[in-house]
Write a protein that binds this ligand. Structure first.
Ligand SMILES: Cc1cc2nc3c(=O)[nH]c(=O)nc-3n(C[C@H](O)[C@H](O)[C@H](O)COP(=O)(O)O)c2cc1C
Length: 189
């Protein structure tokens, strides 16, 4: 299994990052390999809806996203990890997701779906300060559709409510264990 993790929290050592660290332990424990991409550190131009990708299947912007398209294609486990900002993923994550329109165009317009691998699975990891029933609905729907554009099945998630202060998840050993278990499952599924 080859896993790529797209980490969309701008907060260093925050709750999303701590969960990702535990997922990585699970992946390594199962003998898997992974790459970690910190989206806030990437140079990704927002999609401008020019429609060029519908004709050629590639985006007009020659920025860091070009390397990320390659990683999406070559991996068969894709994790999007983002805290909830106003009921969805962070802006840094959404810019990345919108640029996956080029992958949607390849799949649905040009009929050449992305992916040099088979058995492609996507996972969402998210945290939120509040405990509302519907807090993850927006992010989950967004993730489901971008995973489809990536030619992946939405195969699972780790969604943790009630986390606000930086590093608060460190006091939730049950959630840290769930993260390790998810990493193990991802790398061995
Ligand atoms: C701009 C912004 C918007 C937020 N919006 C929500 C929200 O709609 N619902 C919620 O429960 N928490 C919201 N939060 C709280 C974060 O989801 C929470 O602090 C989370 O633990 C941050 O994760 P991180 O440590 O990985 O950055 C928001 C935080 C910020 C900074």
């Amino acid at each position: 299994m080859k896993t790529v993790i797209f980490l969309g929290s701008p907060r260093k050592r925050g709750n999303t990052e701590l969960l990702v660290n535990e997922i990585v332990k699970g992946i390594e424990g199962a003998g898997g390999t992974y790459s970690l991409i910190r989206l806030p550190e990437q140079d990704i131009h927002p999609c401008i809806g020019c429609g060029s990708c519908e004709k050629k299947g590639v985006c007009i912007f020659d920025d860091d996203m070009q390397n990320l398209y390659k990683m999406i294609s070559e991996s068969n486990r894709i994790i999007i990890a983002s805290p909830i900002y106003f009921y969805n993923v962070t802006a840094q994550t959404k810019i990345f997701i919108d640029r996956c329109q080029a992958l949607w165009s390849r799949k649905y317009v040009l009929k050449t779906p992305v992916g040099t691998t088979t058995d492609r699975c996507g996972y969402l990891v998210s945290v939120a300060a509040t405990k509302g029933d519907r807090i993850f609905e927006g992010a989950a729907l967004t993730a489901r559709y971008v995973f489809d554009a990536m030619n992946c099945t939405y195969a699972g998630d780790l969604l943790v409510r009630g986390l606000d202060k930086r590093g608060a998840v460190a006091k939730r050993p049950d959630e840290l264990q769930r993260a390790i278990d998810l990493g193990h499952k991802i790398a061995s599924a």
